[in-house]
Every structure is written in C-alpha cells, then in structure tokens.
Design a protein around this ligand. Structure first.
Ligand code: ADP
Ligand code: MG
Length: 480
C-alpha cells in the first residue's frame, strides 16, 4: 500500500544491571559467575520454608550511588514487594522486587547523538532479586534448574519513553553501561548477562501527541541486537498499521539468528503479579547522612571527566569521548600524560589510535594491555625528543606489544635511532639527486609533486630513520 504517512518511533528501556556485590541481595551465598550448578544456592535462595531474607547493605549503597549519579531523588523510605508468578526457576513462587516505593526516583542522563546532546528522563530504578536459570540441554526431555543466579541483586533502571530512534536507544544504553562501570556497581559483562535490557517500542503518526500501543522486546543482551531488534519492530508495526491492522500490547522475543521479533505473550495472557509489600522485610530508610557519605565517595563521572579532558588537555570532542568512555582507559591516559610529560594530544592520539586498535584486534580490555602505561610513556618520550619518528614509533610499538622490552631497548637493539646528523643525510640526498636527473628537471620545471618522490627515496635509503623535518629542509635547499 502506498502512503505518504510519516511515523515517529517512541522507545523506553528497562535495563537490568547485576550489582557487583560479593554475596546475594537477601542471603550470604556467593554471586560469582560460572560455578557448578546449585553450589551457590543456600536455603534462602532455594526458598525453603522458614527462612528469612536479610538485606545486603552493599546492594543498597550501590543503588544510592547510581541514583546520585543520575541526580535522582533517593527515596528516604522504600519498600520491598512480592511479585507473584510461577516459574520453575523461581522456587518461592514470587520474586522480591520493589513496586510502589522504589529506592531511586526521577533522574536523568544526557546522551550524545549526531553531535547533539539530549536529556533522557529516568523514571525510577529499583532493587530486586534475579531468578534462577532453566537448562534445556543434555537433560533428555527434561529441564535442569540451576539456582546459582537466584537472589543475585539487580538494579532495574526504567527510562521515560523519550527515545525517538534505535540509535538514541543504543546511545542511552551505552551511557548507562559506561556509568555503572564507572561507579563500580556492575561489571557490565553482557555475555554473562550482567547487563541486559527490555525495549518498549511503539510508533505514532508524526505530530500526534498520544503514544501508540507498545510492544516490549524482552531480554536483549547486546548493543547490536538492541538496534536491530528495535528497527525490526518499528518496521513490523508500521507495516501492520499501514495494512489496516492494529498493534497489540504484548511481549515479544528477539531472535538474533533469524533477525526478527516474535510474540511471546499478549497482554491478556500477561501475569497478574498481585504485588504486595513483603512482610519478611523491613522498609529501607535512607538518611541524609548516609546519602552524603556516599556522595563523597562518588568518582568523577564520565561527562564531567570528558569536559575536564577537553579543558585541561585541550582534547577534541572525539578523543575526549573515546578516552572517557571507560574509567580504566581514562586513568591509563592520565598516567601516560603524567609519566611521559609529553603533550597530551600526542598521548591521546597514540592511545585512541594504535593502542585501542591493537587492543580491539586482540580482543583485550585496557586492563589487559600488554603495553602498560610506563612502557607507552617511554615510547612517547622518544618521539618527543626526536630519537625516532612517528613512523618508526609504530614499528617499535608493535615490537613492544610482542615482548616485554622497553622502547629504549628495542631502539638500541634494532638500531632504529633517528639520524639527525645532517652530514649523513646530505650524503644520501646528493646521491639521490645525482641518480635522478629526470625528476630533478621535472621538479625544477614546476612539478611540485615530485618533491614527495625525493623525500621517499631519501627515507627509503635511510631505512626510515632520517628525521623527516631535516630531510625536507635540506632537500628544499638543494633542489633550487
Ligand atoms: P509496565 O508497568 O507495563 O512495565 P511502565 O509504565 O513501567 O509499564 O513502562 C515500562 C517501559 O515502557 C518504560 O521504560 C516506559 O518508558 C516505556 N513505555 C511506556 N509506554 C510506551 C509507549 N507507548 N511506547 C514506548 N515505550 C513506552
Ligand atoms: Mg515495568
């Protein structure tokens, strides 16, 4: 069907972050990932009769940290509620969550998309426990249940429906990911499920005030999938409406193999969770004093750090953004600047360029970098004092990556020291000029481009070790 109708996308995200506490939210069992099934599930996690949950203070502290970082209202009084539903990996028959009185209220986060900053409202963030896992492989027609994850603390962060494209949704999700890792409250590991999201998506005719009916796509655990799932869902909804159909409120699943979303359950089939305050748990009171203690411990946050990097080190927006996207990378950069005392721009270019590229290629995190801050600083010092050119430095860097040698050791061992001795350079230049009379004539008759040929020849002859500035200067003087 042909149509000129323009559509606007509306997206709200519910992000589940696993809080990086050592023990569970209501029990003393460990939260470490990857243990043998059911070795980290105590009586509380198994939901045995007669046990009582005890709130982990660390989880509360982390939730408050997050709340303060998004400039949210921290509830002075919040309450845990039972969310009742039946599922084999939920032995109690209810999940302990928060409903009417969540710990974190209204806050916001700024995202950057296509060079503009947009503020996204965060409706709330609440504490809850995770469920266990059903295992469907190798059980010969039955399912296995692993309750290691049961009781792991989660902070569910609910946004306002204020994103208008998949791109904005991804930018927001990345920003939250960056923030929770900065705060040290979540390891951000998406493969292990420590950070995942549900995307609520609807469309409406451009200009219409009222929201369209939304579908909720459950449990997406990669930035790439969020983008794809949303784009697909938007297309599906538009096509449906344009063909005279109606979007129904439902839960859908994204299938990354088929790259499509499909219905899981409709609103009619949706559970009635019969929320009510959990009588086993006391309300949580947060004092002003507790809040200010936590506030004092907050690290410098990504946006503030990015701004400082731009001002203090005169970095451009892109480099400042890349460097502050992770706290560890930003720390790395500042160490290198301090250690090398080189120009910040040189340090930033090397880190965001060669180092990040090498890390990506080897699929390593900055904390696992084979070249530490001291060794990189050592290399930059030698560029700075003209011992080596930027080009040779790339070779040295590669050798450093593969060994534990310092830049100085490699430069000495491989004889890479730049030749600044003008006598040596002059000898070579004279030879190249004598060997290439045609090119000399071309150059002298106005073909400026031939100059690069001479630079190239000299550099080649000197195995790249000549100081390029010196070569340029002397060639200019000779070719007259
Ligand atoms: P529920 O109680 O069903 O979970 P909420 O009101 O808590 O619904 O909203 C859940 C998420 O859905 C929020 O992130 C919210 O921003 C988003 N949302 C609500 N309405 C819409 C809509 N029409 N289109 C897109 N997202 C929406
Ligand atoms: Mg919800």
């Amino acid at each position: 069907m042909e149509t000129s109708q323009e559509w606007e996308t509306v997206i709200g995200l519910e992000i589940h972050t696993q809080l990086a506490t050592k023990s569970k939210i209501f029990s003393g069992a460990a939260t470490a990932y990857g243990a043998e099934p059911n070795t980290q599930a105590c009586a509380v996690d198994l939901g045995l009769p007669g046990v009582l949950p005890v709130l982990n203070e660390q989880a509360v502290t982390m939730a408050v940290k997050f709340g303060l970082a998004i400039e949210a209202e921290i509830a002075p009084y919040s309450v845990f509620a039972r969310k009742n539903y039946f599922y084999p990996d939920l032995p109690k028959g209810y999940q302990i969550s928060q409903f009417e009185l969540p710990i974190v209220g209204n806050g916001h986060l700024d995202i950057d998309v296509d060079g503009t900053t947009k503020r996204i409202g965060i409706t709330r963030a609440h504490l809850e426990e995770d469920a266990g896992k059903s295992l469907h492989e190798n059980f010969h027609g039955m399912s296995g249940i692993d309750l290691n994850r049961a009781g792991t603390p989660l902070l569910e962060i609910v946004s306002e429906p204020e994103m208008r494209s998949a791109k904005e949704a991804v930018a927001y999700m990345r920003k939250i990911h960056e923030l929770v890792r900065y705060l040290g409250i979540c390891d951000g590991n998406m493969q292990e499920g420590s950070f995942r999201c549900d995307a609520n998506v609807s469309v409406r005719p451009l200009g219409q005030q009222q929201f369209g009916t939304r579908a909720e796509i459950k449990n997406i655990n990669s930035f790439k999938f969020v983008e794809k799932a949303i784009n697909h869902e938007v297309e599906r909804q538009i096509e449906l409406i344009e063909n005279g159909g109606k979007v129904v409120q439902e839960t859908r699943l994204y299938d990354s193999v088929k790259d499509e979303t499909r219905s899981m359950r409709s609103k009619e089939e949706a559970n009635d969770y019969r929320y009510f305050p959990d009588p086993d748990l006391l309300p949580v009171f947060i004092s002003e004093e507790f809040k200010s203690q936590i506030k004092a411990q907050l690290p410098e946050l990504p946006n503030a750090r990015k701004q400082r990097f731009r001002e203090q080190y005169q970095l451009d927006d892109e480099n400042a953004g890349i460097l502050t996207a992770s706290r560890q990378l930003a720390d790395y950069f500042e160490f290198v600047v301090n250690e090398s005392a080189c120009e910040a721009k040189l340090c930033a270019n090397w880190i965001t360029g060669d180092l990040v590229a090498a890390l990506n290629k080897a699929d390593l995190d900055i904390t696992e970098s084979p070249v530490n801050t001291q060794r990189l600083a050592g290399l930059l010092l030698r560029i700075n004092d003209n011992t080596i050119s930027g080009k040779i430095a790339k070779q040295v860097f590669e050798l450093m990556w593969q060994s534990s040698s310092t830049a100085d050791e490699i430069i000495a061992e491989k004889g890479l020291k730049q030749i600044t001795d003008s006598g040596a350079i002059e000898t070579i230049i004279d030879k190249i000029i004598a060997d290439n009379p045609d090119q000399v004539e071309q150059y002298l008759s106005g073909k400026d481009k031939v100059f690069a040929f001479f630079v190239g020849q000299v550099m080649k002859e000197m195995q790249g070790k000549a100081n390029p500035a010196e070569v340029n200067k002397m060639l200019k003087a000779k070719l007259k």
